[in-house]
Design a protein around this ligand. Structure first.
Ligand SMILES: Cc1cc2nc3c(=O)[nH]c(=O)nc-3n(C[C@H](O)[C@H](O)[C@H](O)COP(=O)(O)O)c2cc1C
Length: 398
């Protein structure tokens, strides 16, 4: 009998990922930083929000489709870029195929394990994500490669703060699998035979390289070499963002905005989209949940640019809450990574299906015909929930 691979919630995908992955790979997906305050708040804050459903008035057919960065998507959920390697041999190709099969777009991390050309071939709705790494010339070369590959949007992620300590211990990830490392990791691999076999079948061990940091056709530098170069690069300024925006004349997202003043400066720099995000709680621990910061930012700039949100989305109802509070769509990170770890492409499709049916069911309860009709009155926001960051106090300077 065929193995039943379907799972009913993202929590099951996470459980399965935990069972399937070696401990070090699983903990690199959990990520987060310091005490884990932000990563926990991202998820828990959604739980503090409620709904105000109707008893009568459900719409028979709900329309979940929208557009993000010029792309038609069949549900308001986009794949957020993640630079995680070794989760699955098919990596971002499996994710791209799943996103394409479910009619949505994908952000490809510059720390991804697959070349952008292959990812665009699997899903033409691909946005390339850049970090400020190596200075303008190096960044321009990467952007040019993405353009030639057919990327339809650019995502600039500038919120990384190089926080490396975790109270629960950081995973020891090897740079590549030489004989010594293979022997060291063997006990972990042997307790996870399925993961081990997946890689054994490809006849090549996980190789932590970042092909999109190099020119087309080259294997790219090792992950940690690229990371070191990034740490050594002076951080970007708003002028750099305006420069990058000019270089890329298509849809352009600044990811990691948490403050109203930054959102306004992003508008001034000419970006077309922002994601209200704290990088999934992987940065400056103590930053509030992104959903708490969303309403003030959406109020301030939502009529000028597209406002997305990412961080803590695990259910379709979370997506609906974010949309009701002003997001055009959300992006997901860990949810699809767990799906990928659990069942490869099918696992990512399963996660997107869970979110779709959760959105649909919440919209039915709220009597909503289209994702564009969701309004703040659809959700119950407890007093003190929101955080308007970067707003001058009444009558004074900041
Ligand atoms: C393991 C991991 C790796 C990530 N790598 C990147 C990256 O390379 N580029 C980027 O812009 N964001 C990266 N992110 C952040 C995600 O794009 C996204 O902001 C975050 O995962 C959203 O939170 P969620 O995981 O709760 O959905 C990463 C997140 C995780 C968990």
């Amino acid at each position: 009998m065929a193995r039943d691979t379907w799972f009913e919630t993202v929590a099951f995908a996470q459980q399965r990922a935990k069972k399937r992955l070696p401990k070090s790979v699983y903990s690199s997906l959990l990520a987060a930083s310091e005490k884990g305050i932000t990563v926990a708040d991202n998820v828990e804050a959604f739980g503090e929000l409620g709904f105000a459903p109707h008893v009568i008035g459900a719409i028979e057919k709900r329309d979940l489709s929208t557009t993000v960065m010029g792309q038609d998507i069949s549900l308001p959920v986009v794949i957020s870029p993640t630079g995680v390697q070794a989760v699955h041999p098919d990596g971002e190709i499996a994710v791209a195929r799943a996103a394409a099969a479910r009619g949505t777009a994908m952000g490809l991390s510059s720390f991804a394990s697959k070349p952008i050309e292959d990812v665009v071939a699997a899903n033409p709705k691909t946005f390339f994500q850049v970090y400020w790494l190596g200075g303008r010339d190096a960044i321009a070369a990467r952007v040019e490669r993405a353009r030639e590959a057919g990327a339809v949007g650019l995502i600039a992620t500038t919120d990384w703060s190089f926080a490396h300590g975790r109270d629960w211990g950081s995973p020891k990830i090897p740079e590549h699998m030489d004989l010594r490392t293979t022997v060291r990791m063997l006990p972990e691999g042997l307790t996870r035979p399925r993961w081990f076999l997946q890689w054994a079948k490809t006849m090549r061990p996980p190789d932590l390289r970042v092909p999109n940091q190099a020119t087309r056709g080259e294997p790219g530098p090792p992950f940690f070499a690229a990371y070191g170069e990034w740490m050594a690069t002076p951080p970007p300024t708003w002028e750099d963002i305006a420069w990058l925006r000019e270089l890329w004349d298509g849809p352009f997202m600044l990811k990691g905005v948490m403050r109203v003043d930054d959102a306004k400066r992003a508008v001034d720099a000419g970006v077309s989209t922002i994601s209200v995000s704290n990088h999934g709680g992987n940065n400056l621990d103590g930053t509030p949940a992104s959903i708490r910061a969303l309403p003030a930012i959406a109020d301030a700039v939502g009529d000028q640019i597209e406002v997305l949100l990412d961080g803590g989305v695990r259910r379709g109802s979370d997506v609906v809450k974010a949309l009701a509070l002003g997001a055009r769509a959300v992006m997901i990170g860990r949810a699809y990574l767990w799906g990928l770890a659990a069942e490869g492409q099918a696992g990512v499709e399963n996660v997107l299906d869970i979110l779709r049916s959760g959105i649909d069911s919440a919209m039915m309860g709220l009597g909503c015909a289209s994702v564009h009709d969701l309004v703040p009155g659809d959700v119950v926001v407890p007093p003190g929930f929101t955080r308007a960051l970067g707003v001058p106090p009444e009558g004074g300077d900041q």
